[in-house]
Design a binder for this molecule. Structure first.
Ligand code: URA
Length: 254
């Protein structure tokens, strides 16, 4: 932004306070401590920003400052499709959240899958959350047929050859006979169902119980709520701090 435009922008501490980082006073301290950058440069206390175009980071984590950004956490019921528009006229997840402002689902759950789904109009965050290189963790609880042996669980953990290639290492734990918790950080089509099928234990019910730092055991199927500012920041941190390596391991981003 030019100097003239910068002089007209909104004060940085006010912007940070508006999106819930802390009180104005706390935000001023963060700026004074050099923790906030604007377009890559450490911001001074009097700094004004153009919220539409400036890139603001706190402790190296990009934070969304555009006004009007909304983030909803939905507990998707079975029988609802994760598309904006369904040619077959089936109920969609967009019918369960406010129509305005227009939001989009981040990734997708199969029609029969239940559980947590994020919807937002924050395109930048969506891009990061869905990009395979950021590999955010997703946790599922699956009811399966039969009970897998230790060897079968090890196959899930070490990677399974599916028709679209080897899956990255996953966390797998048997919570009860026939109830499996699987944590993956890829987002392939019907991945959990295909992994379970591959070890001979087809899924009979699938629920997503966590998306990175987001959990909510009180949200009922069909209910949604806005994310808190802390949850948005936790998500932003989750996709800023780590990147999955091609072998599924983690390394800090440069
Ligand atoms: N894996 C699946 O098989 N289905 C989903 O909906 C999500 C992950």
């Amino acid at each position: 932004m030019s100097d003239a435009a910068a002089a007209e922008g909104e004060r940085l501490q006010k912007v940070l306070a508006r999106i819930g980082i802390g009180s104005r006073r706390v935000c001023e301290e963060m700026i004074a401590q050099g923790r906030v950058t604007v377009n890559g440069e450490v911001a001074d206390l009097g700094r004004r920003v153009d919220v539409e175009s400036d890139r603001v980071e706190l402790d190296g984590v990009p934070i969304g400052v555009r006004p009007g950004l909304v983030h909803y956490l939905l507990n998707k019921p079975a029988g609802v499709v994760t598309t904006a528009d369904d040619p077959q006229g089936r109920p969609t997840v967009l019918g369960l959240v406010p129509a305005e402002p227009r939001v989009f689902p981040v990734g997708r759950l199969d029609m029969d899958t239940e559980g947590l789904l994020l919807l937002t109009n924050d395109g930048e965050l969506t891009h990061r959350l869905t990009h395979p290189s950021f590999g955010i963790e997703k946790e599922y609880v699956a009811q399966i047929q039969g009970s897998p042996t230790r060897a079968a669980l090890r196959r899930l953990r070490e990677g399974i050859e599916l028709e679209d290639g080897l899956t990255a290492p996953a966390e797998a734990a048997l919570l009860a006979p026939g109830v499996l918790r699987l944590t993956i950080h890829e987002g392939r089509n019907r991945q959990v169902r295909r992994m379970c099928e591959a070890i001979g234990h087809p899924v009979t019910r699938l629920v997503r119980s966590r998306i990175g730092p987001l959990v909510d055991r009180r949200l009922k199927p069909g209910q949604w709520r806005p994310l808190t500012g802390d949850e948005v920041r936790a998500l932003e941190r989750a996709v800023a701090g780590e990147r999955a390596t091609p072998d599924g391991g983690r390394r800090p981003r440069p």
